[in-house]
Each structure stands twice: as structure tokens, then as C-alpha cells.
Write a protein that binds this ligand. Structure first.
Ligand SMILES: Cc1cc2nc3c(=O)[nH]c(=O)nc-3n(C[C@H](O)[C@H](O)[C@H](O)COP(=O)(O)OP(=O)(O)OC[C@H]3O[C@@H](n4cnc5c(N)ncnc54)[C@H](O)[C@@H]3O)c2cc1C
Length: 402
């Protein structure tokens, strides 16, 4: 292992997921030196969340990027519908929202991240190191002064920074190094993601199907369906032991329209298993270090809001911290301000997710329970509420151009 010379930046951002990539872009736009470290050598990450909600599209619109992004291949979901054998009802109707983007944009996350990183490289103050793993925090007198990272040739670099932002996702190494422990709750399910071919003329809307103790989410993508088979937490092994044929039967009982392509269901090794988690840090910062996105709070997949909350964190962090960064002094009170603006919104949506998990998903996964949608989804007066919560959260976040 070689040690290279020390590098210097204003803001070291670890992790080029949605949170880290957007934060780096927003800082670079303001002429603030931002160095982004990404452990992977590319942005490819199948089924790592491909949903961009109205909140994210409005944020991108504010910086002139919504229209260029929408020129890339994508599909749109206007409504999220839940179907049982006998009934069908709209859980979330985004077309009720007053916005230019009353839908969820479905786009591969890799494509989205390449787009954001590509925009950031237009600014001289932005630097991106791919294949760069942050290994250690540089701590001096209790203050984080940057990180030591290892590049793809095993060389170790010291990157010193006024502020380090941990946007390194749900298994955040920096969170552990900083000794921060999230408060976890245990949602009752896991999700198996896989895909099946989609043919011309096939259905284009989102459907959640419920029946016989199983649940399936069907998301139409460009030329395939992304399918999320929801299982009781920890039961994946049992499912595998029961065999692929039984899985096919269950899939077809929920979605008989896939009879002609059930042979295309991939083998178990090609399933992406999402161990569903929900957690939140009590404190999102230490001196010289801020955590955002999944590193600060892992979201349940209900509503597909993980990316959007990560992006909103990035916007708030850029709004609050741009001036302190420009003035060369970021205090704990500045970092606390970021948490203060995001904590409540995060906890409210997590409470909403818990409500859906307990009232919808738990019942759906119980073969002996009869399913009835909660009043929130049945009463016309309340119909806009889930759309508003999913689409924007409790309050809109705007990019501060000052
Ligand atoms: C299978 C699956 C399906 C999902 N589906 C959805 C969905 O449909 N909609 C949705 O909104 N959300 C979904 N999510 C959640 C969503 O992906 C996350 O909420 C979102 O990506 C969080 O963004 P982030 O930037 O905080 O972290 P991440 O996207 O996790 O990005 C963290 C980045 O940090 C990098 N990194 C980690 N450690 C280091 C290190 N030491 N040094 C350098 N780099 C490092 C990682 O390689 C990664 O690129 C899904 C998650 C999973 C796992």
C-alpha cells in the first residue's frame, strides 16, 4: 500500500448515491470546492431505487435540470392502485397534486446518477473520484478533518476538508467510525426484486396485488416489468426451500397475465433481496461531520421515498451550509440546523410507512385475514393526503439560490 500526498478540499462528500451526488452538484454550482468519493467504479446498481417523486422533479426544475432529465428514457406512474381478487382501489393519486410533475418518474438510478454527476463536472470546483473507498476519518482534537481513502490501485490518500459529509448509504462506514448508532424499528417484511419482459400493449400502470397471504408490486418500466414480491420478514430461506415451482404458482395467482412468461422468472441467484429496514439517527452530526440520506435514516420501501428524502437532505444541507463553507467556518450549530429542518419530516413519513406496514402489508401477508383498505384510502375527502405525503412529504424543500 502506497501513501499519496495529502489532498485538500472544502467539502468532502463520501458516497455518490442520490444524496452525495446532488449535494456535490449544489455546492459546486455555488463555487464551493466539493470532492465526491465513490467506492464503486461505476454507478450501476440494479433495483437500487429508481423512483423520482414530484418533490425531486421540482427541485431539479429549480436548477434547470428537470427537462433535460426527462429527455432520457423513463416511464411515469400517475396512480398507485391496490388490487385484490375482487376489488381495486387507488391508494395514491398523484394527478391530484398541483405541480408540473404529477407523477413518479421511473428511471434507472445509474442513469440518474450519471446525469447528476455529468452536470457537476461542468463546474471547476467539483472533483469526482470513482473506486475511492473512504476507510478512516481524520480526527484531530475531536473534530473531523476529512478522510483517508483507498483508490482502486490500493493507494491510500488523505483528503482533508473543512466539512465531511457521510452520504455513504444504509451500511454507512463513516457512521460507525463516528460512533453513531441509529434507532431501528423492524418492518414486518422483506422484498424480492426481479424483472419480467414487458411487451407492446401490456398494462402501463402501477399495481399492488394482494391475495392468499402474498403481495406483489408491479412497476412498468421501458421494456420490462420490475416486480417486488413481498414476503414476511426473514422468510426468504423458507421460500427457496419450498422451490421455484411453488413460487411460480404464487406469482401467477397474483398476476395471471404473466402465464406466458413465467419461464423467464430468473433463478434465485438473480433476485435482489431487500432486507427492509427503518431507522433514524438521534444526532446526524459530529464536529466537522454531517450524515445525510440513508446514512442518517434508512427508509422502508413503502411509497418509494428513500431517494427523495436523500435528495431533500442534500438540498437542505446545501442551503444551510453554503455560507458557512464559503466563510471557512462550519459550526456544530450549522449542522444542527440541517438536522432540525429534516428530522421531523423524516419521522413523520416513517410513521406513515409504519401505519401502512401494519394496516395494509401485515394483513395482506396473513392468509387468514380479510383485507379492507384503511379509511385514509377510501374516503374522498382524504384522498389527496397520501398523494401529498408521498409526493412531497410534510413540507416542500426548495433550492436556495442566494
Ligand atoms: C433493493 C433496493 C430497492 C430500493 N428501491 C427503492 C425505490 O424504489 N425507491 C426509493 O426511493 N428508494 C428505494 N430504495 C432505497 C434507496 O435506494 C435509498 O434510499 C437511496 O439510494 C439513498 O440514497 P443515499 O444517497 O443516501 O445512499 P445510497 O444510494 O445507498 O448511496 C451510497 C453510496 O455510497 C457509496 N459508499 C458506501 N460506502 C462508501 C465508502 N466507504 N467510500 C466511498 N463510497 C461509499 C456506495 O457505493 C453508494 O454509491 C431501495 C433500496 C434497495 C436496497
Amino acid at each position: 500500500m502506497n501513501r499519496d500526498p495529502v489532498e485538500q478540499t472544502t467539502c468532502c462528500v463520501v458516497g455518490a448515491g442520490p444524496a452525495g451526488a446532488l449535494l456535490s452538484l449544489l455546492l459546486a454550482r455555488k463555487g464551493i470546492q466539493a470532492t465526491l468519493l465513490e467506492g464503486h467504479i461505476d454507478f450501476d446498481r440494479e433495483f437500487r431505487g429508481d423512483t423520482l417523486h414530484p418533490s425531486t422533479m421540482e427541485i431539479l426544475d429549480e436548477i434547470g435540470l428537470a427537462d433535460p432529465l426527462l429527455r432520457l428514457p423513463h416511464t411515469r406512474l400517475h396512480q398507485l392502485t391496490l388490487q385484490t381478487k375482487t376489488d381495486s382501489f387507488t391508494m395514491v393519486d398523484l394527478s391530484l397534486l398541483k405541480t408540473r410533475f404529477p407523477y413518479i418518474t421511473l428511471m434507472p438510478q445509474a442513469q440518474f446518477l450519471e446525469f447528476i454527476a455529468g452536470q457537476a463536472t461542468k463546474y471547476a470546483s467539483f472533483t469526482l473520484h470513482m473506486g475511492a473507498h473512504a476507510r478512516e476519518l481524520i480526527m484531530e482534537d475531536g473534530v473531523c478533518r476529512g478522510v483517508r481513502y483507498q483508490d482502486s490501485n490500493d493507494n491510500v490518500h488523505e483528503l482533508r476538508a473543512l466539512l465531511t459529509v457521510a452520504a455513504d448509504g444504509r451500511f454507512s462506514r463513516l457512521r460507525k467510525l463516528a460512533g453513531l448508532e441509529p434507532v431501528k424499528s423492524s418492518p414486518p417484511m422483506d422484498v424480492l426484486w426481479f424483472s419480467l419482459p414487458r411487451r407492446p400493449g401490456d398494462a402501463t400502470g402501477f399495481a399492488g396485488r394482494i391475495g392468499q397471504g402474498h403481495m406483489l408490486a408491479i412497476l412498468p418500466r421501458e421494456d420490462y416489468y420490475q416486480l417486488g414480491y413481498v414476503i414476511i420478514k426473514g422468510s426468504y430461506r423458507q421460500l427457496r426451500e419450498e422451490g421455484m415451482e411453488k413460487f411460480h404458482q404464487s406469482l401467477l395467482s397474483l398476476a395471471p397475465e404473466f402465464t406466458d412468461r413465467v419461464s423467464s422468472v430468473p433463478n434465485w441467484a438473480r433476485f435482489s433481496v431487500l432486507s427492509v429496514e427503518s431507522s433514524c439517527l438521534k444526532k446526524w452530526y459530529r464536529r466537522g461531520l454531517l450524515l445525510i440520506g440513508d446514512a442518517a435514516h434508512v427508509m422502508s420501501p413503502v411509497g418509494g421515498v428513500g431517494i427523495n428524502y436523500a435528495i431533500q437532505d442534500a438540498v437542505v444541507a446545501a442551503n444551510v451550509l453554503a455560507l458557512p463553507l464559503q466563510h471557512g467556518a462550519v459550526g456544530e450549530s450549522d449542522l444542527a440546523k440541517v438536522q432540525k429542518q429534516r428530522y421531523f419530516a423524516t419521522r413523520v413519513i416513517q410513521a406513515f410507512q409504519t401505519f401502512i406496514q401494519n394496516r395494509v402489508i401485515k394483513t395482506a401477508l396473513n392468509p387468514n385475514a380479510s383485507f379492507r383498505p384503511p379509511a385514509l384510502f377510501r374516503l374522498p375527502l382524504l384522498r389527496a393526503l397520501p398523494a401529498r405525503l408521498i409526493g412531497f412529504g410534510i413540507r416542500k424543500v426548495h433550492v436556495d439560490e442566494n
